[in-house]
Design a protein around this ligand. Structure first.
Ligand code: ZN
Length: 155
């Protein structure tokens, strides 16, 4: 049973690796960030186009191992159409799943569940988290920028 699950997870990862989603440039980028995982040599560039607080489109370009590319591809697939709050929740869930913390039972991860097999290989956890960490850092930087904005208008 668990072997079959491993096979299924590997198939999902390889499918994303071969046909990465989000590999198209956006007309307009509201959020842009780059990230590296020197341990493995993975490099990622990602961008979001927003419509209000919702992700309208996603660009992901990842050069690296199968795990980092597949994870980036899943990020592009899963975050499209979500609100930024939902995106942050998913990112936190992925991180919990990969670092062995409790994952909320109602979490619907779809293909991302396939990344759970990676936690057996600690070296690969960074590869799987690279795209998510890069995205969360960009979102946090954007929020900090937002916090500053009201104080500047107060003057
Ligand atoms: Zn890697």
């Amino acid at each position: 049973m668990s072997d079959n699950l491993d096979d299924l997870y590997r198939d999902i990862l390889m499918e994303h690796y071969r046909f990465p989603r989000g590999h198209h440039h956006l007309e307009h980028e509201d959020i842009h960030n780059e990230g590296q995982n020197p341990t493995c040599g993975d490099e990622i560039e990602l961008a979001l186009e927003l419509e209000g607080d919702r992700v309208k489109d996603v660009y992901v370009s990842c050069m690296g191992c199968a795990v980092s590319v597949a994870s980036g591809s899943m990020l592009a697939e899963v975050t499209k159409g979500k609100t930024l709050e939902e995106v942050k929740k998913i990112a936190a869930t992925i991180k919990a799943m990969l670092t062995g913390e409790a994952v909320p039972k109602d979490a619907d991860l779809g293909d991302l569940e396939a990344l759970s097999g990676v936690k057996k290989f600690p070296v690969r956890v960074k590869c799987a988290l690279l795209s998510w960490t890069t995205l969360v850092n960009a979102l946090e930087a954007r929020e900090k920028g937002k916090e500053k904005a009201p104080s500047t208008t107060e003057q």
